[in-house]
Ligand binder design. Structure first.
Ligand SMILES: [Zn+2]
Length: 326
């Protein structure tokens, strides 16, 4: 006996064909998106450096020692390298995940016994302004703390200007999800939404004056200058006391950085209500510079700090192209 018209075999046969059609549509859309991203990638900007040398001087938070940071123009392909110019035999320290050494609450690099410490704000200024190639001569181990932000470095670089070099950037374009961390803190890179970097960051200090803060930002030089560069280092008062008890951070006062008591920053005023999360994004932008090339990705982060930021940069970097630092 024949089946009623709506469920005859020919009608049932339409189902797989419909599915196939949807698959073709999905493949077509995927192709269009991939083509768009490749088109974007083909419009890569040129590598950039400073037009002239410029320097910033200040005292390190941890050491209390004065240091001068000289930013000097460099050729295409040079990347960013530090030089410990104060040593009897100056040592070059490449900005690379391979040179990163473990440290709490900051990013340090070393080659052999020569170190540069708390480099994240210097690197953030360079990364935020799209400066790809720069020789950074320093005259001590620890970078100046200044006001706890990267603003002074940005203003110095902007004072001399930035220029294009004769070669295009070679970005790391993330093509699949890369994640590091655990449920309590993590950071994840996924394919870019456009030719560049975007960040969603969530800071969570639970109940209290810092609390939870979220920031979503497409990282461009304009957005960096306007929304990140002036965001200052912060820490809860209990952490500040613990560091002082260990004899560390003695050079920093409540004027220099944001120390949070129960009612908010002690003896200081916020530059934005969400200044803390802005600073966390400033740090992240600097730490990603350790990958050695601009990163095109969408980054999501939850309570991520220098250690996880560095771990993600290491996963994204092409290890065999990185310098040896020992
Ligand atoms: Zn910082």
């Amino acid at each position: 006996m024949g089946l009623p018209w709506p469920i005859r075999p020919v009608a049932r046969g339409r189902c797989p064909r419909g599915l196939a059609n949807w698959l073709w549509v999905a493949l077509f859309v995927h192709g269009v998106v991939a083509g768009f991203l490749m088109h974007q990638a083909s419009r890569l900007r040129l590598q950039r450096t400073l037009k002239k040398p410029v320097s910033v001087t200040g005292v390190g938070y941890w050491s209390g020692l004065e240091n001068r940071v000289e930013f000097k123009p460099a050729a295409a392909g040079a990347g960013v390298v530090f030089v410990r110019a104060d040593l009897p035999d100056p040592v070059t320290i490449p900005v690379s995940v391979n040179c990163r050494i473990e440290a709490s609450s900051r990013t340090n690099l070393s080659v052999g016994s020569a170190r540069v410490e708390m480099v994240e704000h210097v690197l953030s200024a360079l990364a935020g302004l799209d400066v790809d190639c720069c020789l950074v001569r320093v005259y001590g181990e620890e970078m100046p703390g200044l006001d706890g932000s990267s603003r002074a470095f940005v203003e110095a670089i902007d004072a001399v200007g930035i220029e294009d070099l004769g070669a295009a950037i070679d970005p790391i374009v993330v093509d699949s999800v890369v994640r590091v961390g655990d449920d309590t803190s993590w950071i994840e890179a996924s394919p870019p939404k456009f030719a560049g970097l975007s960040i969603d960051y969530e800071l969570d200090y639970g109940d209290g004056p810092i609390g939870r803060q979220m920031l979503s930002l497409r990282v461009t030089p304009e957005a960096y200058r306007r929304g990140l560069a002036a965001a200052r280092t912060f820490l809860p008062a209990a952490d500040a006391e613990r560091l002082r008890a260990q004899g560390r951070g003695l050079a920093a006062t409540t004027d220099d950085l944001l120390i949070f008591g129960p009612d908010g920053p002690i003896g200081n005023t916020l530059r934005w209500p969400d200044e803390c999360v802005r600073h966390k994004v400033l740090d992240l932008v600097g730490d990603l510079k350790l990958a050695g090339r601009p990163i095109h990705a969408h980054i999501r982060a939850y309570r991520s700090g220098h250690r996880l930021n560095g771990a993600l940069a290491a996963r994204l970097a092409t290890a065999r192209l990185q310098p040896v630092c020992s």
